[in-house]
Design a protein. Structure first.
Ligand SMILES: Cc1cc2nc3c(=O)[nH]c(=O)nc-3n(C[C@H](O)[C@H](O)[C@H](O)COP(=O)(O)OP(=O)(O)OC[C@H]3O[C@@H](n4cnc5c(N)ncnc54)[C@H](O)[C@@H]3O)c2cc1C
Length: 618
């Protein structure tokens, strides 16, 4: 199918009717039960949204995936920088660089969830996902959200039509995770008409060809960063050689040097000292977009594994027949299915929250930023879970390909190397785990947005109820109980540790990681259960199509229980002793019962279903 310009796509606001839907508060999943009808599932994409996906996927497949396969070598900016720039410009011609930009500035302004679908499709471009991601997300959203009308007018049309290439420059040699500690300095010139910037940025995506850089720097002796729109042509801005990297070799990554770079004061973005806030808010957006594209990587891993397993024969039969191979393919499918449910549940909630804020009189930008901020915890959890899922999936995909997976010609080893960065950028996974807990704690104790205190008070009664035998496991009772128990486990363990260790808990990072992992499992497990419940209730898939989806959900819950059991024991052993330790372990066992399913057979069934469908069949 030919790719078709998205600029001609008629624009409707949100893909599905939001009438009568209320956005749940961020983090409320932890303490509230969600009605399956209130979540968005991908079966509900409109034709328009599907077209966005198909156009983007076809573009990335034709321009990158197929080219890599036919020439047997990946794009490498050391040799192919111009070619990569041309592909970005072709993408812009199709409207793909304007997905986040308002129509008045030449974009197509997708709603948030459609934007995630776009990110999912870009994964078919491998490292190009990073290139176009920097253009449409971190490199331009600071202007979209914080720019003045004049700044938007000046820069956004060029970014949308590809005549301007954008980059986001925060990291410095001495300032990575500690992003506010950068040494780059901006001072006023004598008549205060310009800032003079000196310093250095490191590993800037698109830096090798970008015309416009969002630069974060402190002004004079300020405590916090400010943000600036800096054009290469201002002078005093030079870029280093392309870095030699493990993966995403088709994406430009360079150092950026500022030597008396003169920036007009009108190019200050947002408020002085407000840059750190901009940086963090933009990264929240980047995180969930990255979650969407890494989740897509899991699906691609399934597709490639199925294709190869069906054709590669050993011991006189296709390797697809072997249980060990079915296990891998089934488990990849489970991860893709479950993380997808959580990604688009969150994206839709962000859409609803935008509407709610708009209805309450906030401006469009305030509404968009506020909505993303509302789900900061979910965005961090998703970034962690999806980036780790894609690493698992591509590793297993390589294994399915055996020695052939190790050879460059199949492109699998490229995917393996490309995927690894996703645990590092947009905030490392360690930082995101800590952020999710810190933000949740703030909302519980400081701003009181999430009532964990009341939830905590209900735990003893709930634990007592769980010690009694279940009256019935009919319907979804068992699965609902598992999800509720994982949430309760999180509240119990993090609450007890918080009481015992108080502020010292933040220094016990290993335990913070344990709790963040349990929280992430709770969110994904609930999302995939809700999705399957909605599918059943609305008769969306029936027969075997439904049963296999249900099995995928059940295997996810089965694994989540195992993960949470380990995380719980690790955290208890890390600090508790005596009666406290005994009791916490006992309660962990009460909350995480045996889930009596045959996960082996379920994974086999999922793999066979994919074989029949010829790829990722969900
Ligand atoms: C290919 C590539 C492209 C990039 N593109 C961009 C870009 O476009 N723009 C940009 O601004 N930056 C970019 N970056 C930088 C990226 O965002 C940083 O690498 C990332 O934020 C981590 O910083 P760091 O590498 O300095 O690691 P560090 O901060 O030095 O961390 C090293 C390790 O220590 C851990 N750690 C750090 N602090 C803590 C803590 N408090 N507690 C526990 N553990 C901790 C980290 O999790 C990590 O495991 C890019 C990086 C790469 C590799």
């Amino acid at each position: 199918m030919d790719t078709e310009s998205m600029e001609s796509t008629p624009k409707t606001t949100h893909p599905i009717s939001n009438q009568n839907k209320i956005a749940p508060p961020g983090c409320s999943f932890l303490i509230q039960q969600t009605n399956p009808q209130d979540i968005f599932i991908t079966e509900e994409w409109t034709e328009e949204a599907r077209m966005i996906f198909n156009t983007t996927k076809e573009f990335c497949t034709k321009e990158i995936f197929d080219v890599i396969k036919s020439r047997g070598a990946e794009f490498d900016v050391h040799d192919d920088l111009e070619e990569v720039v041309v592909i970005l410009e072709k993408a812009a011609n199709l409207g793909l660089c304007g997905v986040s930009i308002a129509e008045e500035f030449g974009g197509i302004d997708l709603d948030f969830n459609e934007g995630l679908l776009f990110s999912e499709a870009t994964a078919y471009g491998f490292s190009f996902a990073t290139t176009i991601g920097a253009q449409v997300s971190i490199g331009s959203l600071p202007i979209v959200y914080y720019g003045t009308q004049a700044q938007k007018q000046q820069y956004l049309p060029g970014i949308a039509d590809g005549s301007l290439k954008a980059a986001y420059a925060l990291t410095e040699p001495s300032s990575g995770s500690d992003a506010n500690s950068g040494k780059t300095k901006a001072v006023f010139n004598t008549d205060k008409s310009k800032f003079i910037i000196n310093g250095q940025k490191l590993w800037i995506t698109n830096g090798g060809f970008a015309d416009v850089f969002i630069v974060f720097s402190k002004i004079e002796a300020d405590e916090n960063l400010s943000a600036f729109i800096v054009e290469r042509k201002f002078g005093g801005l030079t870029t280093g050689a392309e870095e030699k990297k493990l993966g995403i070799k088709g994406s430009s990554t360079v150092a950026v040097f500022f030597e008396n770079c003169e920036v007009p004061v009108e190019n200050l973005l947002g408020e002085r000292n407000g840059g750190f806030k901009i940086a963090l808010n933009i990264l929240n957006t980047g995180r969930i977009k990255l979650a969407a594209s890494t989740m897509s990587g899991c699906k691609i891993a399934v597709e490639e594994s199925v294709k190869y397993a069906k054709t590669r024969e050993q011991f006189n039969q296709p390797i697809a027949n072997f249980g060990a191979i079915k296990h891998k393919i089934g488990q990849m499918g489970v991860l893709a299915f479950a993380t997808e449910a959580a990604v688009y549940r969150t994206g839709y909630n962000i859409n609803l929250k935008v509407d709610e804020f708009l209805n309450n009189g906030k401006t469009e930008n305030e509404s968009k930023l506020g909505a993303i901020r509302e789900y900061a915890v979910e965005c961090s959890l998703l970034k962690v879970k999806c980036s780790e899922a894609v690493d698992y999936c591509i590793d297993e995909c390589l294994q399915v390909h055996g020695g052939m997976g190790y050879m460059a010609e199949m492109g699998i080893e490229m995917g393996y190397r490309d995927a690894r960065i996703t645990r590092i950028y947009e905030g490392t996974n360690e930082i995101n785990r800590m952020l999710s807990l810190a933000e949740l704690t703030k909302r519980a104790l400081k701003t009181k947005e999430v009532d964990l205190v009341s939830a905590g008070k209900k735990i003893p009664g709930y634990l007592a109820s769980q010690m009694l035998p279940m009256k019935s496991n009919a319907g979804w009772k068992q699965e609902e109980r598992i999800v509720k128990n994982i949430k309760t486990l999180f509240l119990l363990l993090s609450g007890r540790a918080g009481q015992q260790l108080q502020k010292k808990l933040a220094d016990e990072q290993e335990m913070v990681m344990n709790y963040a992992n349990i929280l992430g499992e709770a969110y994904i497990a609930e999302s995939v259960l809700l999705k399957v419940q909605k599918i059943e209730k609305n008769n969306i898939h029936t027969g075997v199509d439904f049963e296999i989806r249900k099995k995928a959900m059940q295997v996810y819950l089965y694994e989540a229980l195992n993960i949470c059991r380990k995380e719980a024991y690790d955290s208890i052993n890390a600090y508790a002793s005596g009666q406290e330790k005994f009791w916490l372990k006992k309660m962990t066992n009460v909350l995480l019962p045996d889930y009596d399913i045959n996960a082996k057979d379920f994974r086999r069934d999922i793999a066979e279903y994919f074989y029949e469908k010829g790829g990722y069949g969900f």
